[in-house]
Write a protein that binds this ligand. Sequence first.
Ligand code: ATP
Ligand code: MG
Length: 678
Amino acid sequence: MGMPRIDSAPDTSGDREAADAAEQVLAGLDEQQRAAALAVQGPVCILAGAGTGKTRTITHRIAYGVHTGVYVPEQVLAVTFTARAAGELRGRLSALGVGGVQARTFHAAAMRQLRYFAPRVLGGPMPELIENKLRVVAAAASRARLSTDRTSLRDLASEIEWAKTTLATPEDYPSRAKAAGREAPFEAAAVAEVYRSYESAKQRDGALDFEDLLLVTAYALEEHRDVAREVRGQYRHFVVDEYQDVNPLQQRLLDAWLGGRADVCVVGDPNQTIYSFTGADPDHLLGFADRYPDAEVVKLERDYRSTPQVVGLANKLIGQAPPRRGLPGLRLLGQRRDGAEPRFVEHPDEPSEAAAVARACRELVDGGLPASEIAVLFRINAQSQVYESALTDVGVPYVLKGGERFFERPEVREALLLLRGAAAGGSEPGALVPTVRDVLASTGWVEHRPPAGGAARDRWQSLAALVDLAVDLVAEEPTLDLPGFVAHLAERASAQHAPTVQGVTLASMHAAKGLEWDAVFVVGLVDGVLPIAQSLGRPDAVEEERRLLYVAVTRAREQLTLSWSLARNPGGRRSRPRSRFLDGLAPDAAAPLTRRSAKRPKVVLDGEAGERFERLRAWRSSTAQAASVPAYVVFTDATLQAIAEARPASLRELSGLPGIGSRKLELYGDGVLATLAG
Ligand code: ATP
Ligand code: MG
């Protein structure tokens, strides 16, 4: 009776599409990389040098697993070490058409799970998190009757962190610290006492620190069967990037997640181990094949990231490290076309170094290289300030440590609220960009007027990034309206995927791990900064510093500049030796970067002129101090040298010398003459 039924043939077009996508994913890999990607069920270990495509391989491997239907995306957990690197993984996965995979830091993954299980395993809601240990450590130290200052408190906190990440209890601490050659600010027994007291104070307050987060999550999985069943049912495939820096605490959590299963893929480069002094241990990577005898072990040698010139330098640098037991040679083979030789540049002082780097950035940007393809990398965060102001001086935008946590910035949150409000009021089609500008203008943001330096500038740049994003999206999809844009932002925010802020990246070498740029400036390379002063005298620590430089130089795709300055401040003694790691890499006398400094004569004066020069310098230093300005603002060394040589007897004679304008003459002329006369 009824209507004739049309039985539809099974729709296979979706399957075919997925198979095509899977093939396409494999086509983006070389033979060795493909071997790793094809081993979708693990265990897999990729042990390979910088730029050889480890991160590319794991993202492609996940995409392949998803497209072939072996993985349910939500059951894949990819972990790495920084929020930025996790964002990078998510970005690369979504470019491969894969959504739903969890890519997180160990902490973020643990936090998410513990939040959910807290009532069951802790008997209440998620406890308060101690973001900064110092206050609690200080109280514990004073209970232990130790007299501390900021530095020793920070060192105490580091010792506690080290102990916790290496799974050492307060009782274990003294012997373990001795074996590891730790240099604590107090005797081991006293540190152990502070550690014990810190732990009990925390427990009494019902608070957790960052290490507890991992520890308690691991414990929940180890001791609570139902929790283990649920978590292990949810996550079936594990991937760890940068595995050389895994510490025993993270390894314990990984083991708890796995629960004896072997579907795990780890990738890393032992030559990039840069966290061993906080407890990381590359033996987990090097020993993986022993723990999983049936593991697919893949070695990659072809460096796809950098020019042969950069690769050559990296090979030389790491080749100078003493051989390590059990460490396979990981020489890189450059795959790209030839590029410029890396440059080594010596500067008189830090502001000149920063100014030269900023000028070079300016030239690159003027030549068409996007600022976001440039990075300036330094050893310690305090070095960033001088680069921030130098870049501001030449009008090049910068971002500190990249676009981390973009959507958590208060100005961005506020902007999103306003945009959402505006979107609710309907929207004019085809006017997205001007509408976004208008909404942001209501917060006081002025498009063409970035404020100079500091927090105000960061705020301005965040909002500018939102406008840039709107411009990019409209280029792709001209009909995009405000509600569409707001929905897009919400999606990005939930993926924590910040829009690329257009600026030169200023980052510490540690934070640069895993990332890459066309042009990289590695700055401040003096002994005592790299290797850092605290490492001197401890060979292992010095080697870790060498690896840190290896990480930094291997970030460059095409252009690499390494620089240092002889004095910290202008006019200071030019006595700082360049980093020992440059010996054998850099020519003995490095070329000055700037024409200006090239022309600047070395200050070599002897006899009376030399004495006058020293007197003038002493005068300059007290004058500068009195006016609270850096010495070079008064006069540069070159000017003082000219004065010392010419020995002017009057303001008129003085005014004829280079570097003496009428303002300087007025401000300092009498002082100079008096100094020369006296
Ligand atoms: P690091 O040790 O610094 O983290 P890595 O081994 O993870 O480096 P990737 O970042 O994955 O290296 O790759 C470096 C660069 O080389 C990337 O731009 C990547 O896209 C490119 N690349 C890697 N493998 C290939 C390939 N087979 N074909 C083309 N490009 C590749
Ligand atoms: Mg990588």
